[in-house]
Design a protein around this ligand. Structure first.
Ligand SMILES: [Zn+2]
Length: 80
């Protein structure tokens, strides 16, 4: 009998992050390298510490860095 698998919020966030990372389009709408968190202009707009965080692996700090980076970019007015 199949058990219904409930996903945790962390798993959902990990999937969202993976999708964003593998996409060829940045959250701002510009093209980006699949595998990179953001396009070059978004990446350059981030403070060094956040930028380093987005180079981490998914499941190893990327999610929180990505979330913070998105928040930071929104504050800068880079919509996504
Ligand atoms: Zn961008």
């Amino acid at each position: 009998m199949l058990k219904q698998v409930m996903k945790t919020d962390a798993q959902h966030e990990r999937e969202r992050c993976a999708a964003a990372r593998h996409s060829a389009e940045c959250r701002c709408g510009h093209p980006k390298m699949p595998g990179a968190a953001f396009c070059m202009s978004c990446t350059l707009a981030l403070p060094e510490a956040l930028r380093r965080g987005t180079y981490r692996k998914i499941g190893d700090g990327f999610e929180s860095a990505f979330r913070e980076a998105c928040y930071h970019l929104r504050e800068l007015g880079v919509e996504g």
